[in-house]
Structures are given as C-alpha cells and as structure tokens.
Design a protein around this ligand. Structure first.
Ligand SMILES: NC(=O)C1=CN([C@@H]2O[C@H](COP(=O)(O)OP(=O)(O)OC[C@H]3O[C@@H](n4cnc5c(N)ncnc54)[C@H](O)[C@@H]3O)[C@@H](O)[C@H]2O)C=CC1
Ligand SMILES: CC(C)CCC[C@@H](C)[C@H]1CC[C@H]2[C@@H]3[C@H](O)CC4=CC(=O)CC[C@]4(C)[C@H]3CC[C@]12C
Length: 422
C-alpha cells in the first residue's frame, strides 16, 4: 500500500458518556475544557450512568471501525466522539489524504487507533483499509463550491471514491456503511425554490448543475442502491446516508475565513442577504453524534434503517446565513452592518458573475476563489430549512449538545483564534 501507516492508541477512552455534551475537546485550536455541567443532565441520572458504565466496561471491545476523511472538520469530531462514546470499539482506523498532527495525541489506551494516509480514489488503498472493519463511516469528500478543484476531480473523489468504498465493503465482507451525504443533494435547486421546514419525504425538484451537489447526489444514490447487496461471506450490506445541513462549530474553515475578513474590515461585516432568508445549520458535535448512533444501531435495526436517508438536525435556530454566523462572531467583537442588504441583489449577481469570470481568466496564473460566486450566492439566498424527527423515530437520536452548548463552544473556539479581538 502506498502512503504510510501510523499506529497509535488513545488513552482517553472512558466508556459511555457521563454527561450530556461531554466529549474530548482537544481539537486543534480548541480553547478550554468545558465547564462541569452535571446539573444540565440532572444528578438523578448519575446512578443510571454509573450502572451503564459498568455494563459497558464488562462488554468485550470487539469492533473495528473505519472513518474515511477522519482528519477533516467533521471527521475529527466523529473520531473523537467514537473514542468517547463507542465502548465496543477495539480498533479505530482513520483514513485520510492528509493526516493531522493531532493524531499524535491519541496515545496508548484500550482502543487501537490506526492512522492510514490514503486516497479514496485508489481502490487498492481503500480495500486494504476496509478489510476486517465491521463498520465504515465514509465522510471523505471534496467539499468545494468555490471552484478550487475541477469538476472532474470533484467527481473522482466524491463519486468514484464512494464506489471504491462500496466495492471494498462487498469484497472484504464489511456489512455496515454509513455515508456522509449533504442537504445539497436535495437543494437549493437551480430555480431557487425554497425548502421550508422540509423533511426527508417533502417533495422538492432537485436539479443540480454545480459539480459538488451533483457528485454528492450521485454518491448518495450509489450508497442507497448498494443496500442489500451480498458482501463476502453472503451477508447483506446495510447502508444509510446522513444529510447534514450547513455544519458549524469548532474547526469550521468558512467561519474562520469570515471572521478574519471581518477583522480586516475593522470589525464589520456588511449584510448581503435579506434576514428573511433562512438557512439550515447544525452543530458539528451533533452531526458527529448522529454518525456514532447510526453506526451503532444499523445492525439491530437493519430492516428499518437500511437504505434510508436522514437529515442531520438539532436545536440550532432558523436564521439567515449571516445572522446565524453573528451568533458567534457578534460576541467576538464583529458587527453586521445593515438591517437590509447594502447592495441590491442584481448588483451582487453581477459581482458574483465577475468573480466567476476573473476566476476563469486568472486560472492559468493563480487560483482566485472568493466566497462570492453565482452558486454560493444562490445557496445563501434561498431558504432551505429542515424540520424532521425521523432520526429520533428510527434510532432514538436526540441532540447531544443543546443550542446553548453549541453556541458557547463555537464562540470559545472563535475567541481562541490567532488575532482574535477578544
Ligand atoms: N461542511 C459542511 O457544511 C458539510 C459537509 N458535508 C459532508 O461532510 C463530509 C465532511 O466534510 P467536511 O468535514 O466539512 O470537509 P473537510 O474538507 O474538512 O473534510 C473532508 C476530508 O476528506 C479528506 N479527503 C478529501 N479527498 C480525499 C481523498 N481523495 N481520499 C481520502 N480523503 C480525502 C480531506 O483530506 C478531509 O480531511 C463531506 O463528505 C461533505 O460532503 C455535508 C454537509 C455539510
Ligand atoms: C458572500 C455571500 C453573500 C455569502 C456566502 C456564503 C456561502 C459561502 C455559504 C452559504 C451557504 C453555504 C453552504 C451551505 O451551508 C450548504 C453546504 C453543504 C455542504 O455539503 C458543503 C458546504 C455548503 C455547500 C456550504 C458552503 C458555503 C455556503 C455556500
């Protein structure tokens, strides 16, 4: 196998969670240990937790999990969440194109952490990583709506990479596959139709022209279609897809970029999108928790969950993209100027088109990839919100982090950034 393989173990494994929202926080840039919040969950439940802890410790650690994209924004949260909240883990494999330095922290402990530098587009690398795993969480993907990568590369990573993961499961006998899809497989569509408080069954005309949502939609279809295929040994493959809305939280690169942009503009951001356009957002810790739960429940509830899609949701409020960001950037010293967009929409469209043209013209010389382009403007300017309880009904999902926790954690992360105004 190409690339290198680092084997280390993590020593922070504590069996089942002791309190709501308590999971390892040593993400790069993660500022502080969380305040004790036993009261949040209620002291009366402590006895039950302790009992559960003991029962879990008695269980043999026997499962091998693989997380592709385990060093990305979401992947790192999934990895840390698994280590803390999946007591049956024996080995956790982290597969990524680029391995993060934080893996070094995952030292000796009951769970063997195997870091694998690899590429999902290389079938042989994927097969080697999948062989012997009980569950695969496929979160690797090329998340690019800014024109940094070519459409072919996006397709290769997101679609061919997913095909490789499915085929590796089939060939090696891995039975459970959880795919990180996206709200973007539904919309917003090119016509700008609103999706208002929709659920997994809400009819919506999903039409994609942009390579990223197109690739995610194709990959999701492949994963769902693979449900029921016989894997090596004759058992059926059980698959499902999770569709996060816009994820936020510690490690979110776009939030970081917008924050620094605000600092450069003297602590101000200028409203571009009407406050009435609502955009679905979900906290990264809750998305990670949902992955852990799905992976755990897929075996017991294969008939119900196999081949299903689930939006990722939590208690985050419905707001416009910019107003939502201000929930974190506001307390960090930034101000959103204007109650209405400062520029008319037609002018923004013109600027977005100009950016696209400049990107094309400059491509031979440099990569020009600003936040504003015709696609991001259309997404930000179209209401897309989710209201569903399907995950709760199918596998008992409840958000692990309240909105207050999610907000506080994200604010602390922004405050800890270099050059923070706080
Ligand atoms: N960020 C968001 O708001 C949302 C993200 N998603 C999905 O969640 C997943 C994770 O996204 P993020 O963590 O935000 O992105 P990210 O870019 O931080 O993480 C993706 C990871 O995949 C790895 N990767 C990329 N190409 C690879 C390849 N060829 N082989 C192996 N690894 C490769 C990257 O190195 C990176 O660590 C993606 O599948 C994305 O489509 C879905 C909905 C919303
Ligand atoms: C300058 C503009 C007026 C504002 C630009 C904001 C945009 C950069 C972001 C607005 C909506 C975001 C997308 C949305 O949250 C859904 C997504 C799902 C994914 O699977 C990947 C990321 C993204 C496409 C996300 C990307 C940034 C926005 C377009």
């Amino acid at each position: 196998m190409e690339g290198w393989r680092l084997v280390c173990s993590w020593n922070g494994h504590e069996g089942r969670s002791k309190r709501k929202g308590d999971y390892d926080e040593s993400l790069a840039d993660w500022p502080r240990k969380q305040e004790d919040s036993l009261s949040a969950a209620g002291l009366s439940s402590l006895g039950q937790w302790l009992q559960q802890d003991m029962a879990d410790s008695a269980q043999a650690q026997k499962l091998v999990y693989l997380v592709t994209g385990g060093c990305g924004f979401l992947g790192e949260h999934v990895v840390r969440m698994l280590l803390q909240r999946e007591p049956r883990l024996r080995e956790l494999r982290i597969f990524d194109l680029q391995l993060g330095p934080w893996l070094e922290e995952l030292k000796t402990g009951p769970v063997q952490v195997t870091a694998i530098q690899g590429d999902v587009t290389q079938a042989h690398e994927v097969i080697a990583a999948v062989a012997g795993a009980h569950v695969v969480i496929h979160a690797a993907g090329l998340v690019d709506v800014f024109g940094r990568a070519s459409p072919e590369t996006i397709h290769e990573v997101n679609v061919q990479g997913t095909k490789n993961v499915i085929e590796a499961c089939v060939q090696t006998g891995t039975q459970f596959l959880v795919y990180t899809s996206s709200m973007e497989v539904v919309g917003p569509n090119v016509k700008g139709h609103p999706f208002y408080r929709g659920n997994e069954d809400t009819p919506y005309e999903a039409v994609h022209r942009h390579p990223y949502p197109h690739s995610k939609a194709l990959a999701e279809q492949l994963v769902l279609k693979a449900n029921g295929r016989k894997v090596r040994g004759g058992l059926p493959l059980v698959t499902c897809a999770l569709r996060p809305t816009g994820i936020y939280g510690e490690g979110h690169q776009i939030m970081r970029d917008i924050y620094y942009q605000g600092l450069r503009l003297g602590g101000r951001l200028f409203r571009a999108i009407p406050a009435s356009v609502e955009h679905g957002r979900v906290y990264v810790g809750n998305v990670a928790w949902m992955h852990v739960l799905v992976a755990r429940e897929l075996e017991q509830r294969a008939a119900l969950m196999g081949g299903q899609v689930y939006f990722c949701y939590d208690e985050s409020p419905y707001k416009s993209y910019e107003d939502f960001n201000m929930e974190f950037l506001g307390p960090c010293g930034l101000r959103l100027v204007g109650t209405h967009p400062l520029l008319p929409y037609w002018l923004l469209m013109l600027l977005a088109a100009l950016n696209a043209l400049l990107q094309w013209l400059l491509r031979p010389l440099l990569l020009y990839a600003p936040l504003l382009n015709p696609y991001t403007l259309a997404v930000a300017n179209t209401t897309f919100t989710v209201s569903t309880n399907k995950a709760q009904r199918h596998f008992g999902y409840e958000p692990l982090f309240s909105w207050e926790d999610s907000r506080t954690r994200t604010i602390r992360w922004v405050q800890a950034m270099d050059g923070s105004a706080q």
